[in-house]
Ligand binder design. Structure first.
Ligand code: ISE
Length: 334
């Protein structure tokens, strides 16, 4: 069966997903798009030869659409995700699921009423081969308990619309989800340390910053978020366990040797660095949706990330630790 996909909000991220579906992922076909910007509806529907809608409600209601991908901006997600659930259509929603925890709770309630998991949140790092190998080793217990995890999340630069809180809820949100998944634990407290600022930043940004997180069992996690490093998209992770240390390999695609020595070619953005992870993530979602199954991060993961982000944003302006308080996890998401 070919899964007929409708996409809401096909901007840069959405079109990168469409290109993957059209070139390297079998089993899915884009049949419709919707956007609040009429120009984008015209351009993108013509580019891909699909139906264009000016409203997401029309797209979700289209009987030709079996499943929906939401790539619009965060504040628009909740209503569309709930409309998909009510229509009984599997939905892949780009991160963040919702900008607030309260909205994510509404989504979980709608999903539980529907009686099956229909929502997948686009946290692609869970599908990255190197993170998966790291998790397999940590889960096997062969290096003992995990004690500390160091992360580095560096971008060459960020767009003008990048606000001060986005360092947490747009950038660090990736480590927040990945660390919950890697350790199998919830994050219980966060703190933000603020080093000397780079001159290559918008005035309103604390750049770089260090987000410190603690998990239920006391694993200490740091995340250096540096979004204007001027040279590369550089993602690093090192888990320190009792009898071994596991580190992601360098992020280069090729190694070049010449008269000036040996050098790595660096990746410049998430689409380059996580291309393989995105492909696996979308492929698995298409196959699961077609089979009536669930894959990837759930609404609970989207909710937990939103709560940790809220605490992280509070910690940006507070001195010291901020507690992360989650509601009890519904058995539905166990
Ligand atoms: C962006 O939205 C992403 O998701 C990227 O992976 C991240 O590196 C960047 O900082 C975000 O703005």
């Amino acid at each position: 069966m070919t899964l007929r996909i409708g996409m809401i909000g096909p901007g840069g991220m959405g079109q990168a997903h469409i290109d993957r579906i059209n070139t390297v992922i079998a089993g899915g076909q884009l049949v419709a798009i919707s956007d609040i910007a009429p120009d984008n509806v015209a351009t993108v529907s013509a580019k891909y030869g699909v139906t264009g809608y000016n409203s997401s409600a029309e797209l979700i209601g289209d009987p030709q659409v079996d499943a929906v991908m939401i790539c619009s901006y965060g504040p628009a997600h909740k209503d569309d995700v709930i409309a998909c659930i009510e229509a009984g259509k599997p939905v892949f929603c780009e991160k963040p699921l919702t900008p607030t925890a309260a909205e994510a709770i509404e989504i979980m309630e709608a999903e539980q009423n529907a009686g099956r998991k229909l929502v997948t949140v686009g946290f692609m790092r869970r599908f990255d081969e190197s993170y998966q190998q790291m998790k397999a080793i940590l889960d096997s217990g062969e290096v003992g308990e995990t004690l500390i995890i160091h992360n580095r999340h560096r971008n060459p630069t960020v767009p003008q619309h990048y606000t001060w809180d986005m360092a947490i809820n747009d950038t660090a949100i990736h480590e927040i989800d990945t660390m919950r998944w890697l350790t199998g634990e919830e994050i219980v407290a966060v703190r933000v340390d603020k080093p000397k600022k780079t001159t290559h930043r918008f005035e309103h940004l604390q750049d770089p910053l260090i987000l410190i997180m603690e998990t239920q069992s006391g694993i200490w996690i740091d995340d250096e978020v540096f979004v204007n490093n001027q040279h590369a998209y550089d993602i690093q992770c090192e888990a320190v366990a009792e009898t071994g240390t596991i580190r992601l390999s360098d992020q280069h695609k090729i190694e070049r040797t010449g008269t000036v020595g040996r050098s790595n070619v660096l990746t410049m953005d998430h689409n380059q660095r996580f291309w393989g992870a995105f492909v696996t993530e979308v492929r698995q979602w298409i196959h699961a949706a077609a089979a009536g199954e669930h894959t990837g991060s759930s609404s609970w993961d989207g909710y937990a990330a939103a709560v940790v982000c809220d605490a992280g944003v509070q910690a940006l302006t507070a001195d010291g630790k901020v507690a992360v308080e989650l509601i009890d996890k519904p058995a539905f998401y166990a």
